[in-house]
Design a protein around this ligand. Sequence first.
Ligand SMILES: Nc1ncnc2c1ncn2[C@@H]1O[C@H](COP(=O)(O)OP(=O)(O)OP(=O)(O)O)[C@@H](O)[C@H]1O
Length: 265
Amino acid sequence: MTAPKLVVSNLGKTFRGDRGDVVALNGVDLVIGENEFVSLVGTSGCGKSTLLSIVAGLESHDQGTLTLDGKPIRGPGLDRGVVFQSYTLLPWLTTLGNVEFALLAAGKSRKDARDIARSHLSLVGLDGFADRFPSELSGGMKQRVAIARALSYRPNMLLMDEPFGALDALTRHHMQELLARIWEQHRLTVLFVTHDVEEAVYMSDRVAVMSNRPGRIKSIIPIDLPRPRTYEMTGSPEFARLQRDVLSEIRAESIAIAALGDALV
Ligand SMILES: Nc1ncnc2c1ncn2[C@@H]1O[C@H](COP(=O)(O)OP(=O)(O)OP(=O)(O)O)[C@@H](O)[C@H]1O
Protein backbone atom coordinates (compact mmCIF):
# COMPACT_ATOMS: atom_id res chain seq x y z
CA MET A 1 0.00 0.00 0.00
CA THR A 2 1.08 3.63 -0.57
CA ALA A 3 1.59 6.07 2.37
CA PRO A 4 -1.45 6.11 4.68
CA LYS A 5 -3.89 8.89 3.84
CA LEU A 6 -6.98 8.05 5.89
CA VAL A 7 -6.44 6.18 9.15
CA VAL A 8 -9.50 4.96 11.05
CA SER A 9 -8.79 3.22 14.37
CA ASN A 10 -11.22 1.42 16.63
CA LEU A 11 -14.07 3.68 15.48
CA GLY A 12 -17.46 3.34 17.15
CA LYS A 13 -20.83 5.02 16.74
CA THR A 14 -24.06 4.57 18.66
CA PHE A 15 -27.25 6.36 17.62
CA ARG A 16 -29.19 7.23 20.75
CA GLY A 17 -32.97 7.47 20.53
CA ASP A 18 -36.18 7.38 22.54
CA ARG A 19 -36.85 3.86 21.29
CA GLY A 20 -33.43 2.58 22.30
CA ASP A 21 -29.86 2.85 21.13
CA VAL A 22 -28.52 1.52 17.83
CA VAL A 23 -24.86 0.52 17.88
CA ALA A 24 -24.04 1.16 14.23
CA LEU A 25 -20.24 0.77 14.31
CA ASN A 26 -17.90 -0.89 16.76
CA GLY A 27 -14.14 -1.30 16.37
CA VAL A 28 -13.75 -0.15 12.76
CA ASP A 29 -10.11 -0.24 11.64
CA LEU A 30 -9.32 0.90 8.11
CA VAL A 31 -6.29 2.47 6.46
CA ILE A 32 -6.54 3.90 2.95
CA GLY A 33 -3.31 4.71 1.17
CA GLU A 34 -2.53 7.80 -0.88
CA ASN A 35 -4.19 7.54 -4.33
CA GLU A 36 -5.91 4.31 -3.44
CA PHE A 37 -9.47 3.44 -4.53
CA VAL A 38 -11.21 1.46 -1.77
CA SER A 39 -14.80 0.26 -1.95
CA LEU A 40 -16.89 -0.50 1.12
CA VAL A 41 -19.47 -3.27 0.76
CA GLY A 42 -21.66 -5.20 3.20
CA THR A 43 -25.20 -6.22 4.03
CA SER A 44 -27.90 -3.57 4.23
CA GLY A 45 -27.74 -1.62 7.49
CA CYS A 46 -24.20 -2.74 8.40
CA GLY A 47 -23.03 0.87 8.74
CA LYS A 48 -21.41 1.75 5.39
CA SER A 49 -23.10 5.15 5.05
CA THR A 50 -22.53 5.91 8.73
CA LEU A 51 -18.80 5.27 8.32
CA LEU A 52 -18.63 7.43 5.18
CA SER A 53 -20.59 10.23 6.88
CA ILE A 54 -18.19 10.18 9.83
CA VAL A 55 -15.20 10.42 7.45
CA ALA A 56 -17.01 13.29 5.69
CA GLY A 57 -17.39 14.99 9.09
CA LEU A 58 -21.18 15.07 8.72
CA GLU A 59 -21.72 12.64 11.59
CA SER A 60 -19.97 12.44 14.95
CA HIS A 61 -18.35 9.33 16.41
CA ASP A 62 -18.17 8.29 20.05
CA GLN A 63 -15.23 5.92 20.10
CA GLY A 64 -11.84 5.69 18.41
CA THR A 65 -9.95 8.09 16.15
CA LEU A 66 -9.76 9.06 12.51
CA THR A 67 -7.18 11.18 10.72
CA LEU A 68 -6.71 12.43 7.19
CA ASP A 69 -3.12 13.30 6.30
CA GLY A 70 -2.30 12.92 9.98
CA LYS A 71 -4.87 15.52 11.12
CA PRO A 72 -7.92 14.51 13.16
CA ILE A 73 -11.24 14.83 11.32
CA ARG A 74 -13.47 17.09 13.40
CA GLY A 75 -16.14 18.18 10.92
CA PRO A 76 -16.77 18.76 7.23
CA GLY A 77 -14.01 20.41 5.19
CA LEU A 78 -12.86 21.22 1.69
CA ASP A 79 -10.14 18.58 2.02
CA ARG A 80 -12.92 16.02 1.33
CA GLY A 81 -15.24 16.01 -1.69
CA VAL A 82 -18.51 14.15 -1.16
CA VAL A 83 -20.87 12.70 -3.76
CA PHE A 84 -24.16 11.13 -2.64
CA GLN A 85 -26.69 8.99 -4.49
CA SER A 86 -29.15 11.90 -4.60
CA TYR A 87 -27.75 14.57 -6.86
CA THR A 88 -27.76 17.44 -4.33
CA LEU A 89 -27.60 20.14 -7.02
CA LEU A 90 -29.07 23.58 -6.42
CA PRO A 91 -32.07 23.70 -8.82
CA TRP A 92 -31.97 27.48 -9.29
CA LEU A 93 -28.36 27.47 -10.52
CA THR A 94 -27.10 26.32 -13.92
CA THR A 95 -24.62 23.48 -14.30
CA LEU A 96 -21.79 26.00 -14.36
CA GLY A 97 -23.32 27.88 -11.42
CA ASN A 98 -23.51 24.72 -9.32
CA VAL A 99 -19.78 24.07 -9.71
CA GLU A 100 -18.82 27.76 -9.37
CA PHE A 101 -20.85 28.05 -6.19
CA ALA A 102 -18.62 25.54 -4.39
CA LEU A 103 -15.48 27.29 -5.64
CA LEU A 104 -16.66 30.77 -4.61
CA ALA A 105 -17.51 29.34 -1.19
CA ALA A 106 -13.94 27.99 -1.10
CA GLY A 107 -12.64 31.55 -1.62
CA LYS A 108 -11.77 31.50 -5.34
CA SER A 109 -12.08 34.72 -7.37
CA ARG A 110 -15.00 34.92 -9.82
CA LYS A 111 -12.69 34.47 -12.81
CA ASP A 112 -10.79 31.51 -11.31
CA ALA A 113 -14.07 29.90 -10.23
CA ARG A 114 -15.42 30.19 -13.80
CA ASP A 115 -12.26 28.79 -15.39
CA ILE A 116 -11.95 25.90 -12.94
CA ALA A 117 -15.68 25.10 -13.20
CA ARG A 118 -15.51 25.01 -17.02
CA SER A 119 -12.44 22.75 -17.03
CA HIS A 120 -14.10 20.32 -14.59
CA LEU A 121 -17.34 20.24 -16.60
CA SER A 122 -15.15 19.36 -19.56
CA LEU A 123 -13.43 16.62 -17.50
CA VAL A 124 -16.79 14.90 -16.95
CA GLY A 125 -17.87 15.34 -20.58
CA LEU A 126 -20.34 18.20 -20.08
CA ASP A 127 -18.89 20.74 -22.50
CA GLY A 128 -21.84 22.53 -24.00
CA PHE A 129 -24.13 21.98 -21.00
CA ALA A 130 -22.84 24.83 -18.82
CA ASP A 131 -26.03 26.90 -19.14
CA ARG A 132 -28.51 24.07 -18.51
CA PHE A 133 -30.45 23.85 -15.26
CA PRO A 134 -30.55 20.56 -13.28
CA SER A 135 -34.19 19.99 -14.36
CA GLU A 136 -32.95 19.87 -17.96
CA LEU A 137 -30.36 17.14 -17.27
CA SER A 138 -30.62 13.34 -17.12
CA GLY A 139 -29.70 11.51 -13.88
CA GLY A 140 -26.28 10.58 -15.26
CA MET A 141 -25.59 14.18 -16.27
CA LYS A 142 -26.62 15.47 -12.85
CA GLN A 143 -24.24 13.02 -11.24
CA ARG A 144 -21.47 14.19 -13.59
CA VAL A 145 -22.08 17.74 -12.32
CA ALA A 146 -21.90 16.49 -8.72
CA ILE A 147 -18.58 14.75 -9.48
CA ALA A 148 -17.22 17.87 -11.26
CA ARG A 149 -18.23 19.97 -8.25
CA ALA A 150 -16.64 17.57 -5.75
CA LEU A 151 -13.38 17.46 -7.72
CA SER A 152 -13.24 21.16 -8.60
CA TYR A 153 -11.81 22.36 -5.30
CA ARG A 154 -9.14 19.64 -5.42
CA PRO A 155 -10.00 17.70 -2.26
CA ASN A 156 -7.41 15.36 -0.76
CA MET A 157 -9.98 12.62 -0.75
CA LEU A 158 -13.20 11.79 -2.59
CA LEU A 159 -16.02 10.14 -0.62
CA MET A 160 -18.81 8.57 -2.66
CA ASP A 161 -21.97 7.01 -1.22
CA GLU A 162 -23.73 4.85 -3.85
CA PRO A 163 -23.12 7.58 -6.43
CA PHE A 164 -24.52 5.53 -9.31
CA GLY A 165 -27.21 3.72 -7.31
CA ALA A 166 -30.11 5.66 -8.85
CA LEU A 167 -28.99 5.27 -12.47
CA ASP A 168 -30.15 2.76 -15.08
CA ALA A 169 -27.71 -0.06 -15.90
CA LEU A 170 -26.31 1.46 -19.11
CA THR A 171 -25.77 4.93 -17.64
CA ARG A 172 -24.25 3.31 -14.59
CA HIS A 173 -21.69 1.50 -16.75
CA HIS A 174 -20.84 4.75 -18.54
CA MET A 175 -20.37 6.50 -15.21
CA GLN A 176 -18.15 3.70 -13.88
CA GLU A 177 -15.96 3.96 -16.96
CA LEU A 178 -15.85 7.75 -16.66
CA LEU A 179 -14.85 7.61 -12.99
CA ALA A 180 -12.26 4.88 -13.68
CA ARG A 181 -10.71 7.06 -16.44
CA ILE A 182 -10.68 10.16 -14.19
CA TRP A 183 -9.14 8.11 -11.39
CA GLU A 184 -6.50 6.66 -13.68
CA GLN A 185 -5.53 10.14 -14.95
CA HIS A 186 -5.63 11.99 -11.63
CA ARG A 187 -4.94 9.24 -9.07
CA LEU A 188 -7.32 10.34 -6.34
CA THR A 189 -7.79 8.76 -2.94
CA VAL A 190 -11.35 7.41 -2.94
CA LEU A 191 -13.68 5.76 -0.44
CA PHE A 192 -16.64 4.38 -2.39
CA VAL A 193 -19.76 2.82 -0.84
CA THR A 194 -21.71 0.44 -3.08
CA HIS A 195 -24.11 -2.50 -3.01
CA ASP A 196 -22.89 -3.63 -6.40
CA VAL A 197 -20.09 -6.20 -6.12
CA GLU A 198 -19.24 -6.04 -9.83
CA GLU A 199 -18.89 -2.25 -9.55
CA ALA A 200 -16.69 -2.61 -6.44
CA VAL A 201 -14.35 -5.09 -8.17
CA TYR A 202 -14.24 -3.08 -11.41
CA MET A 203 -13.38 0.22 -9.73
CA SER A 204 -11.20 -0.69 -6.76
CA ASP A 205 -7.66 -1.40 -5.66
CA ARG A 206 -9.11 -3.08 -2.56
CA VAL A 207 -12.62 -4.01 -1.45
CA ALA A 208 -13.37 -3.76 2.27
CA VAL A 209 -16.21 -6.00 3.44
CA MET A 210 -18.07 -4.96 6.59
CA SER A 211 -19.58 -7.33 9.14
CA ASN A 212 -23.24 -7.11 10.10
CA ARG A 213 -24.19 -4.36 12.52
CA PRO A 214 -22.41 -3.25 14.63
CA GLY A 215 -20.21 -2.82 11.58
CA ARG A 216 -16.46 -3.33 11.51
CA ILE A 217 -14.12 -4.21 8.67
CA LYS A 218 -14.37 -7.97 8.43
CA SER A 219 -12.00 -8.58 5.51
CA ILE A 220 -10.14 -6.74 2.79
CA ILE A 221 -9.81 -8.22 -0.68
CA PRO A 222 -7.03 -6.82 -2.93
CA ILE A 223 -8.12 -6.40 -6.56
CA ASP A 224 -4.98 -7.11 -8.50
CA LEU A 225 -6.49 -6.60 -11.97
CA PRO A 226 -4.35 -4.46 -14.28
CA ARG A 227 -5.13 -0.82 -15.05
CA PRO A 228 -6.61 0.71 -17.07
CA ARG A 229 -9.67 -1.36 -16.31
CA THR A 230 -11.80 -2.30 -19.30
CA TYR A 231 -15.23 -3.85 -19.58
CA GLU A 232 -13.69 -6.85 -21.34
CA MET A 233 -12.05 -7.67 -17.99
CA THR A 234 -15.45 -8.18 -16.37
CA GLY A 235 -15.78 -11.37 -18.46
CA SER A 236 -12.42 -12.82 -17.38
CA PRO A 237 -12.05 -15.81 -15.01
CA GLU A 238 -9.94 -13.64 -12.68
CA PHE A 239 -12.72 -11.03 -12.44
CA ALA A 240 -15.27 -13.78 -11.74
CA ARG A 241 -13.03 -15.22 -9.01
CA LEU A 242 -12.66 -11.83 -7.29
CA GLN A 243 -16.40 -11.22 -7.51
CA ARG A 244 -17.03 -14.65 -5.96
CA ASP A 245 -14.53 -13.93 -3.15
CA VAL A 246 -16.27 -10.65 -2.24
CA LEU A 247 -19.75 -12.16 -2.57
CA SER A 248 -18.94 -15.14 -0.37
CA GLU A 249 -17.73 -12.79 2.39
CA ILE A 250 -21.00 -10.81 2.20
CA ARG A 251 -23.06 -13.97 1.89
CA ALA A 252 -21.59 -15.34 5.12
CA GLU A 253 -22.93 -12.22 6.87
CA SER A 254 -26.40 -12.57 5.26
CA ILE A 255 -26.53 -16.20 6.38
CA ALA A 256 -25.65 -15.09 9.92
CA ILE A 257 -28.59 -12.63 9.84
CA ALA A 258 -30.95 -15.34 8.54
CA ALA A 259 -29.78 -17.76 11.25
CA LEU A 260 -30.37 -15.11 13.91
CA GLY A 261 -33.89 -14.62 12.51
CA ASP A 262 -34.56 -18.39 12.70
CA ALA A 263 -33.29 -18.51 16.29
CA LEU A 264 -35.76 -15.76 17.24
CA VAL A 265 -38.79 -17.51 15.69
N1 LIG B 1 -29.70 8.97 12.25
C1 LIG B 1 -29.88 7.73 12.66
N2 LIG B 1 -30.56 7.46 13.81
C2 LIG B 1 -30.72 6.21 14.26
N3 LIG B 1 -30.23 5.11 13.64
C3 LIG B 1 -29.55 5.30 12.50
C4 LIG B 1 -29.34 6.60 11.96
N4 LIG B 1 -28.61 6.47 10.81
C5 LIG B 1 -28.40 5.14 10.65
N5 LIG B 1 -28.95 4.46 11.67
C6 LIG B 1 -28.90 3.01 11.86
O1 LIG B 1 -27.54 2.62 11.84
C7 LIG B 1 -27.37 1.39 11.15
C8 LIG B 1 -26.39 1.59 10.01
O2 LIG B 1 -27.02 2.42 9.01
P1 LIG B 1 -26.29 2.79 7.65
O3 LIG B 1 -27.23 3.64 6.88
O4 LIG B 1 -24.94 3.32 7.95
O5 LIG B 1 -26.14 1.36 6.96
P2 LIG B 1 -25.76 1.00 5.47
O6 LIG B 1 -24.82 -0.15 5.54
O7 LIG B 1 -25.30 2.21 4.74
O8 LIG B 1 -27.17 0.53 4.91
P3 LIG B 1 -27.71 0.41 3.41
O9 LIG B 1 -26.78 -0.53 2.72
O10 LIG B 1 -29.07 -0.19 3.58
O11 LIG B 1 -27.73 1.78 2.82
C9 LIG B 1 -28.77 0.96 10.70
O12 LIG B 1 -29.28 0.06 11.65
C10 LIG B 1 -29.55 2.26 10.72
O13 LIG B 1 -30.92 2.01 10.98
